[in-house]
Ligand binder design. Structure first.
Ligand code: ATP
Length: 193
């Protein structure tokens, strides 16, 4: 079974493309979503509270993103420890997912920071989704209501496409100029042989 990494910058369209693969029957692991969900696991929550404080959760059930961001913003050590907790969870969770679907020809691991987080060794091939920054900004403003400033802050934390391209086995240019589905089917066919 092959593990295909699916990555791209914020708003590039990776989740949209992942969902098309799912329609073809491919099993997709949404690493970023699973990472967010892991904050609420009963064995993870106490670790986060010890590391960052009880205020990390509002009423014990909603993630206090603003508080967490403030805590880790100027403290690289805290950020590192937080990442270690969450990465360990996602690693284990993905292992179980991959075990469950080990008979598949391939599975997809979708994550915005696959290259940035040095996770290339955990995948066999990389599919990169690219889009022009302006289009990405428009999509995120529409989808999440973020300001341009907030979006730029996130973009700054991600490697530019020019760097990611070096590691890509396939690139899908999601600029709404060409149909996505034929390209996805072509990649799918090459993987299922
Ligand atoms: P993030 O990293 O922020 O989660 P993403 O790369 O997963 O983003 P998507 O959520 O797939 O991006 O796409 C962002 C928004 O743009 C969504 O609302 C999606 O519906 C829209 N979008 C993506 N690709 C296209 C497209 N080809 N045509 C029209 N809308 C699109």
């Amino acid at each position: 079974m092959m593990i295909i990494g699916l990555t791209g910058g914020i708003g590039s369209g990776k989740s949209t493309i992942a969902r098309i693969f799912e329609m073809l029957g491919v099993k997709v692991y949404y690493a970023d979503e699973r990472a967010k969900a892991s904050y609420f696991l009963s064995h993870v929550k106490p670790k986060i509270e010890i590391l960052l404080g009880k205020e990390s959760y509002i009423n014990g059930s909603i993630l206090n993103k603003k508080y967490i961001a403030q805590k880790i913003f100027s403290d690289d050590e805290l950020l590192k420890k937080l990442n270690e907790i969450i990465h360990a969870e996602v690693k284990n969770d993905f292992y179980l997912f991959a075990e469950k679907y080990k008979k598949e020809k391939y599975i997809i691991k979708e994550s915005a920071l696959l290259v940035e987080a040095n996770l290339l060794s955990t995948i066999n091939k990389l599919l990169l989704v690219t889009s022009d920054i302006k289009l990405r900004e428009e999509r995120i403003i529409k989808r999440d209501g973020l300001t341009k400033e907030e979006i730029n802050k996130r973009i700054e934390k991600q490697l530019p496409d020019a760097e990611k391209i070096k590691h890509a086995d396939w690139i899908i240019d999601n600029n709404e100029q060409e149909l996505l589905i034929p390209h996805i089917i072509e990649i799918h066919k090459s993987l299922v042989g």
